[in-house]
Design a protein around this ligand. Structure first.
Ligand SMILES: [Ca+2]
Ligand SMILES: [Ca+2]
Length: 250
């Protein structure tokens, strides 16, 4: 009985040792994450989505097997690798696949790929998901081993072009969110906070935080702070079933 236990123990030890040696180094336990940017965009405009890789190990190659998105809401217009020092850098437009490769394992964490989409003009807000199917490999003693890569897809908020005066964030309502959005626009720029219109509400010829303050005052005291939109003057009727108000000139 004692010998039997010893034999089992020996077999288990051999199996464990074999099991460990068969595991590709750094493969199974490496947690690679791929994250796509979230963006807001006025429907109908172009938008870029960067794909960021967070890899704890260096890779010999990285590829994208597929790009997944809602083709009714957007069209892929270009794909660009952002890794400059790759030995091979290619994209097969017809197949929708591409890869980069290196002479030896290389650290490439950061933005690796830029996708450019033309978004479809929509009448109401839409959220569109964008994702990719990645393939990553690491060289272990001359053998390429696959790395597990988890993917966090990107979310695009497609803002419907709005006819409502003062609807800066384009959600078909005029409220406090709009002057906050306009303030963000003046601070952080059009790429993060796009606006369809110029939003020069105080008519001083520039768009600044003064316009956000003016929009706030307009919402509090509309008679004292009338809202103009470019050369138009008038008012907006109740919203129709598509969420649009009708512009009524004075
Ligand atoms: Ca709004
Ligand atoms: Ca202004």
């Amino acid at each position: 009985m004692k010998n039997f236990s010893r034999a089992i123990s020996l077999i288990l030890t051999v199996v464990l040792l074999l099991g460990i040696s068969l595991l590709p180094v750094g493969a199974a336990e490496a947690a690679c994450n791929l994250t796509l940017e979230n963006k807001k965009v006025i429907a109908g405009q172009d938008v870029t989505v960067d794909v960021m890789l967070d890899a704890p190990v260096s890779v010999i190659s990285f590829g994208v097997d597929d790009i997944v998105y809602d083709s009714e809401l957007m069209t892929l217009t270009s794909v660009e690798w952002l890794v400059e020092d790759a030995t091979i850098s290619a994209w097969d437009e017809e197949a929708g696949k591409g890869a980069i490769a290196f002479a030896e394992n290389t650290e490439i964490s950061g933005a690796v790929l830029r996708l450019t989409f033309k978004t479809t003009v929509v009448k109401v807000h839409n959220d569109a998901m964008v994702s990719v199917v990645p393939v990553a490999k690491v060289d272990v003693d001359g053998v390429d081993n696959a790395l597990d890569v988890s993917v966090n897809g990107g979310l695009l908020n497609l803002l419907a072009p709005s006819k409502l005066i003062g609807d800066v964030d384009g959600n078909l309502e005029v409220n406090g969110d709009d002057y906050v959005y306009l303030l963000y626009n003046t601070l952080f720029g059009d790429e993060l906070y796009p606006t369809e219109k110029d939003c020069d509400y105080n008519e001083d010829g520039v768009v600044s935080d003064d316009d956000a303050v003016y929009l706030m005052k307009h919402q509090l005291f509309p008679e004292d702070y009338p809202l103009n939109d470019g050369e138009m003057s008038g008012s907006v009727s109740d919203k129709d079933e598509d969420g649009f108000g009708e512009w009524i000139p004075f």
